[in-house]
Design a protein around this ligand. Structure first.
Ligand SMILES: Cc1cc2nc3c(=O)[nH]c(=O)nc-3n(C[C@H](O)[C@H](O)[C@H](O)COP(=O)(O)O)c2cc1C
Length: 181
């Protein structure tokens, strides 16, 4: 039997008081029920990454970040919109690896006042440069209606199907790109 696909669910915000872990756990709960891969939450905050190029080249966080990204066959990015883009922490984490990202697939789940759509579109441009194949289906969550008081995550039921559709594409492309790697 072929090895299970490994899909990393990357929390895109490191802000104290962030909502991204609630969104990531929700995606993991749906994904785990599918039994089509090993899904793992990857929290950028745990790696304490220095700004790219500023830290010790032997920095343990940088090394373990690159190793974790390398281990994965695909990713689901949990994307918070900050000033119409992704967070600085996510951009730095993306810049902190290169070959480790190459020829993998990714989906994204974004949130904000317009579903985080502007941030997600920025992320697509970055992923192209990293040779990450980003899938079309993209669940967008409203900070007004999918969260109570902008903090407690209560997603509308309709998003569940979109998450499955996105994961169908991520797993298909993650499996296909294994052959290329
Ligand atoms: C510095 C900053 C800039 C923001 N800019 C936007 C924005 O441009 N568009 C938007 O929809 N929400 C914006 N927000 C609201 C965030 O999407 C919201 O606070 C969300 O909870 C952030 O995700 P997090 O809690 O996981 O960090 C901004 C929040 C911060 C802190």
């Amino acid at each position: 039997m072929s090895e299970q696909l490994k899909i990393g669910i990357i929390l895109g915000s490191t802000r104290q008081g962030r909502v991204s872990p609630q969104v990531g756990e929700w995606i993991k709960g749906i994904a785990d029920g599918r039994r089509d891969g090993h899904y793992e939450i990857i929290d950028i905050a745990e790696y304490k990454l220095p700004f790219m190029g500023e830290g010790d080249p032997e920095d343990a966080g940088v090394k373990s970040w690159a190793q974790k990204i390398d281990e994965m066959d695909g990713y689901v990015f949990i994307v918070a919109e900050y000033n119409h883009s992704i967070t600085g922490a996510l951009k730095n984490a993306l810049d902190t690896a290169y070959q480790e990202w190459n020829n993998k697939a990714a989906g994204m789940v974004s949130y904000g006042s317009t579903g985080g759509a502007r941030a997600a579109e920025h992320l697509r441009g970055i992923l192209g440069e990293l040779l990450v194949a980003d899938v079309r289906v993209h669940p967008t969550l409203s900070i007004f209606t999918d969260f109570e008081q902008f903090h407690t995550f209560k997603p509308a039921e309709l998003h569940t199907k979109t998450v499955h559709d996105m994961l169908d594409q991520v797993t298909a492309w993650s499996g296909a790109l294994k052959g290329l790697r």
